[in-house]
Design a protein around this ligand. Sequence first.
Ligand code: 4AD
Ligand code: MG
Length: 461
Amino acid sequence: MNASRIHDILKLEPQEQGIRLNGWVRTKRESKSFCFVEVNDGSCMKNLQVIIDASVDGYTDFIGRLATGASVAIEGKLVPSQGKGQKSEVQASMVEVVGDCPGDDYPLQKKHHSFEFLRTIPHLRPRTNTFGAVTRVRNALSFAVHRFFQEQGFVLVHTPIITTSDCEGAGQMFQVTTLPLDEIPKTPEGGVDYSRDFFLKRTGLTVSGQLEGEAYACALGRIYTFGPTFRAEHSNTVRHLSEFYMIEPEAAFFDINDDMDLAEAFLKYVIRFVLDRCPEDMDFFNERIDKTVLSTLDTILSNRFVRMTYTEAIKELEKAKADFEFPVKWGIDLQAEHEKYLTEEVLRKPVILTDYPREIKAFYMKLNDDGKTVRAMDVLVGRLGEIIGGSERETNPDKLTARMAEAGLNEENYKWYLDLRRFGSAPHSGFGLGFERLLLYITGMKNIRDVIPFHRSYQEA
Ligand code: 4AD
Ligand code: MG
């Protein structure tokens, strides 16, 4: 008999024919002549209750081994449940303990564990209700991302992980090298001799697939990337990972307004999809993690995002009575506290800020006619601040070269990028969404380390 998944079994009416299931024991309650076990197989949040009569073959052998965490194979019949809380349960006719789980050593006992503790056992935490739910929602969300872009005619492009270009120009790349670290070859001038390195030059892990994405957008029209991204930021916050997933659409003949429309439609689509696909997990987050999750998502779905320039936002912040740690004046890079104040106190809905000062934004953003601001657009949401960063791209090769020099980039490495402006240049725009930031927002989880299977963050891997 093929095993069924609990997700499917729970939808069945009680029935005569037998069923088989596999899973792990969550709890056991014993009485004199029978016992109840709750089995979970990860297919959904709910457990399946199994009632095992003492007359089942081998009862005295397996009963002691049905411990929390043990894996089991069970055959039986689905019968109407006498108890509250479930429509039906399984009356077992065969029970096999497939893998024992010695209770003395098993770190996941049936009690509340803090997320801090669970972070120390990332290989076992997927067995908890919360991480099961996070993982299923993460899965549905990635599917939604692909669905959205595929429906809109965007082509998925796999951009390289090892690269020579520091897209954000912020010097946050992890270096990739096979040079012997205890005996680094030097040039006559005393610098590192990268011509002896694996790729004959200095390379690192990508901080963004955007630049390579632009090359493909300038041929296929609309593309998106969805892959791992690495940042060696020394940011020890609940919103920063050193390895995270980023989604980056890029579209030719899109200006910044098209880009903002795309970002808004995209966020609404994927949120709606997850709410439809994972109602049980989302109810769990709303009840157990953050009671405002569902109402917050509803605000996103039912409001048009506010659009405002950076300069207007600074004026709003200057009017604020709030006591900011970082003082506000035109030219500052907005801090999380400012972003939260705007979205939570002033506007109470998501906002897209545009036209940031050039000094605080990356070299590739299109310079506005005022010479002071660039055509950037950041999507800010309550609780989190920046969730999306994007822009229209600079297409003027002279302005771009000047911006690269200002940013201290080696033009030699970006010749190919300038080619995109020399040969059939077209206006184009795109954005980057931090996948885990969106998951934090959707689930109400508080720490970004808890929405990725194995987290890598500053000083933790
Ligand atoms: O604003 P960022 O740095 O923009 C870019 O990388 C552009 N190349 C995107 C583009 O236009 N194609 O990063 C984009 C998003 C941020 O808004 C944030 O959601 C997320 O990536 N992000 C991080 N998420 C987790 N941990 C970190 N350390 C992150 N840094 C950025
Ligand atoms: Mg940004």
